[in-house]
Design a protein. Structure first.
Length: 575
């Protein structure tokens, strides 16, 4: 049985294919179009999923869509009528998208895919819950979802057992942890639905001196339920997110690309503390309701890896699962599993232990690309490749690492990564200068072999999808300066040999040279671009930046041996 899951028209459009209960393919549309967080109908991602499975749209048994558009449109109408005439401009801007796309999903499927089968519209937060619980290793678990907003819901407390999911409690729009975080992201001069993680990275540089002010804005009860004082916000009726009243309390908004002041750092720290308090109270109440030791998280708020890393310390939960794409891209997976398990009553048969669900390119395809382009390269045996790359990284070279199937989700996890030396205190500046061109306050993430993680980090769970921030052990911080954030933490990924032997192998070779089985792992892209997908994407990013070497399959390419190419998103999308 083939179930196609789709998420689109808000941000991070994606598609996923479930075959007999197993996710066999999943990808975000942005990887093809090269438009970061692309909202368009995921035509390319769908075509890939079908092609990967060797089927056509006519062989799809059902489609699961990640929300209920009519219910969401009801919320839009209700909110704008309630706040009219303030809402007039925002409503006029939003209406065309609903008329032409968001209310016409079956018609779009028929037109673009020639699919005439069943389409099931899954409640948005149920899709989030399913994306985590159905992929988890747990037969029973508590479920916490939180994001900006689905149809009406912004936060849920749920329980999963077997294949069933029950959402027990919810908080509705306009009260939202996700929208609170996004609104402050905008106030701090960053982009909404894109840069919230920058605010999280900025928070450790500040002090929570505005915490009391935030407590007047968000009223959190002991059971984790909360309400926002909406006089500080305009997102429920306007095109801006915050009111003048917020600016009077916190100061004027930061202009984009301007200097980050202490005030901005303190606002970020205070916001992080306030949101963490709401999360921990809600999750503690959830434990009291479910009496289980297992917890599944999903929704955009589950990308707050700093809060995630504190959950086992601040709550009674012992085991936590967060999928590789907890926000809207992963809702495509959840929509498919909800149809399969909840609507069709099929039992669970698989967990999601790896995120390599995207396109791959064979040794022959990569060689043909390199030869056709006239690229100078060296072809190495497997063991020689691992030893050579490890030595390059130890010698402080920056290496693009392009292997196997592209990862699904927000993180690069060892197939479309950039690798670097974590022991060099200058490596963060080197990476920012040569490749990333991003804010200096943002940390770089470590990858560590799973069996060695506890030696270097105060980590209490396996973290294959880089979803948790944990303290770097104090004795190791001087040895790992490139991945140790200002507060002594790192957002780590643990890797096991059975999950990615080549990635694991290069880290173990690096250990032979450095004594440390840890590397810097950052996503293979430049600021403002999606992660690379194809050999051409990787090569153009490599030659258009200061990356020293590119390891593509078993081919090693030296930047100095090859001319610079122009990194052009529009031409890549056309190709």
């Amino acid at each position: 049985m083939n179930i196609l899951g789709i998420s689109c028209f808000y941000h991070d459009s994606s598609a996923a294919l479930l075959q007999d209960g197993r996710v066999t393919a999943a990808a975000q549309e942005e990887r093809w179009t090269r438009k970061k967080h692309d909202i368009a109908f995921p035509e390319n991602a769908i075509k890939y999923c079908l092609q990967e499975a060797g089927i056509t749209a006519r062989e799809v048994d059902a489609v699961g869509f990640y929300e209920k558009p009519l219910l969401k449109f009801e919320r839009l109408l209700s909110s704008h009528i309630e706040t009219f005439p303030k809402s007039y401009k925002a409503f006029v801007q939003a209406l065309p998208g609903w008329v032409t796309e968001k209310l016409r999903i079956p018609g779009i499927l028929r037109k673009k895919l020639k699919y005439d089968g069943k389409v099931f519209f899954v409640d948005h937060h149920l899709a989030h819950a399913a994306s985590s619980f159905h992929a988890s290793p747990f037969n029973e678990a508590a479920i916490f979802t939180a994001d900006g907003v689905g149809e009406w819901t912004t936060t849920t407390l749920g329980h999963g057992k077997g294949s069933d999911i029950t959402l027990m409690k919810e908080i509705n729009f306009p009260h939202s942890l996700g929208l609170l975080y996004s609104a402050v992201t905008a106030h701090l001069g960053f982009k909404v639905n894109n840069d919230e993680y920058k605010v999280m990275g900025l928070a450790p540089y500040g002090k929570p001196t505005y915490y009391d002010q935030f407590k007047t804005i968000i009223d959190v009860k002991e059971d984790g339920s909360y309400r926002l004082d909406m006089s500080y916000f305009t997102y429920h009726h306007g095109t801006r997110m915050l009111s003048r009243k917020f600016e009077e309390k916190f100061g004027p908004p930061r202009k984009k690309e301007s200097a980050v002041e202490e005030r901005h750092k303190d606002i970020a720290a205070s916001l992080q503390k306030a949101v963490e308090e709401a999360i921990f109270k809600a999750v503690n109440h959830l434990h009291a309701l479910t009496k289980t030791k297992n917890l599944c998280l999903a929704g955009g708020v589950a990308l707050n890896s700093v809060a995630n890393g504190k959950l086992t310390m601040m709550t009674p939960f012992k085991n936590i699962y967060i999928p590789p794409a907890p926000s809207d891209p992963g809702a495509a997976v959840g929509a498919a599993t909800a149809v399969y398990h909840l609507l069709l009553g099929k039992p669970r048969v698989a967990t999601m232990e790896k995120a390599d669900l995207g396109p791959s390119y064979s040794h022959e395809q990569i060689k043909q690309f390199l030869d056709n382009r006239g690229v100078k390269y060296t072809e190495l045996a497997e063991k020689e490749l691992l030893r050579t790359v490890a030595k390059l990284v130890w010698d402080n070279k920056v290496v693009g690492w392009f292997q196997g199937r592209m990862e699904f989700g927000e993180r690069a996890l060892g197939n479309r990564s950039i690798l670097a030396n974590p022991c060099n205190p200058e490596m963060r500046d080197i990476l920012n200068l040569k490749v990333k061109h991003r804010e200096q306050f943002r940390p770089f993430a470590p990858v560590v072999t799973a069996e060695d993680a506890a030696k270097y980090f105060d980590a209490d769970v396996d973290v294959p999808f880089m979803s948790f921030v944990y303290p770097v052990k104090e004795a190791m911080r001087k040895k790992l300066p490139a991945i140790t954030h200002v507060d002594g933490t790192g957002r780590l990924q643990t890797i096991r040999k059975e999950h990615n032997a080549r990635y694991y192998g290069v880290i173990k070779e690096f250990e032979k040279l450095s004594g440390i089985p840890v590397m810097v792992n950052t996503s293979f892209n430049i600021r403002g671009e999606p992660i690379v997908m194809t050999p051409e994407h990787a090569y153009l990013c490599f030659t258009g930046t200061g990356i020293d070497y590119l390891a593509m399959d078993t081919f090693l390419i030296k930047r100095e041996d090859n001319p610079k190419d122009t990194w052009d998103s529009e031409s890549l999308a056309k190709d």
